[in-house]
Design a protein around this ligand. Structure first.
Ligand code: NDP
Length: 245
């Protein structure tokens, strides 16, 4: 039986690379996003094992219905990748309450809401894998990303909290902390800030940005049966950035 995966933000960047890896490995893959044109284009490129469903994850009350539609279509969800995220780079003293809350809503609260819903079905089917995506911002102090840092730090704590509750039910929960990966999000944060980019590269022992595919390889491993005794970990995929001097 084919496994069924759900990837939020799967139409671009890291999420798309994970979808590509899953499809290549015969996993039925459902992309969740809020941009119909992007989702259509991505599934077209990915081929017949990919499908999409529209859901703006900030609309929390739409999440259970979206999960139910996926279950109605495929009968189960074996893998959930909580990848969707937004970034806000701004001096902390300039960030408004609304901007702060919006980042938390997308990057943190929706992850709780979606995982709660999917985990209910995984519990019934007696198994599943959840993969969260955090960031270097949760490992060391990065200036100008206060809300993003708060959300991604929460993701790592939530990964451990989910793992201890869900693993006894057969549901493994892990997290990848990507370093600086070449995507739209990182180019917005780095391209207009050469000093920051220089600093990133200077403390990355492998001396370059990562490619989304390099995160996808690790994601595939963590949700595969080869990782059957791994739960509750945060795996940096960062070229050594988190331990670099
Ligand atoms: P992208 O901007 O390419 O991807 C983010 C995705 O999230 C988009 O597809 C976006 O869809 C989707 N998304 C955002 N908000 C919502 C929402 N409300 N509802 C549904 N979908 C939404 O960035 P990356 O691929 O770089 O980022 C993927 C993840 O990796 C994020 O969680 C990010 O924080 C994390 N990360 C990235 C790093 C990097 O260097 N690139 C480093 C560390 C972590 P839409 O186009 O519709 O907005």
């Amino acid at each position: 039986m084919k496994k069924v995966a759900v990837i939020t933000g799967g139409a671009s960047g890291i999420g798309y690379a994970i979808a590509e890896k899953f499809v290549k490995n015969n996993i039925q893959t459902m992309l969740v996003g809020r941009n119909k044109a992007k989702l259509r284009e991505a599934t077209c490129e990915l081929g017949k094992l990919a499908d999409w469903i529209l859901c703006d994850l900030t609309q929390l009350d739409e999440i259970p219905g979206t999960v139910q539609k996926i279950i109605d279509k495929f009968g189960r969800i074996d893998i959930l990748v909580n990848n969707a995220g937004v970034h806000l780079k701004k001096a902390m003293t300039e960030v408004t309450d609304k901007e702060y809350q919006d980042v938390i809503l997308t990057n943190q609260t929706s992850v709780f809401c979606l995982t709660r819903s999917v985990a209910g079905f995984m519990q019934e089917q007696e198994g599943g894998c959840i993969l969260n995506i955090s960031s270097m911002a949760s490992i060391y102090g990065l200036p100008y990303v206060i809300a993003y840092t708060a959300s991604k730090s929460a993701i790592e704590g939530m990964t451990r909290a989910m793992a201890v509750e869900l693993s006894p039910l057969g549901i493994r929960v892990n997290c990848i902390a990507p370093g600086f990966i070449r995507t739209n999000m990182s180019s917005v944060a780095l391209d207009k800030d050469p000093e920051r980019k220089k600093k990133v590269l200077s403390r990355t022992p492998l001396g370059r940005l990562g490619n989304p595919e390099e995160v996808a390889h690790a994601a595939y491993f963590l949700v595969s049966d080869e990782a059957s005794f791994i739960t509750g970990v945060v795996l940096p995929v960062d070229g050594g950035n988190s331990i670099g001097f």
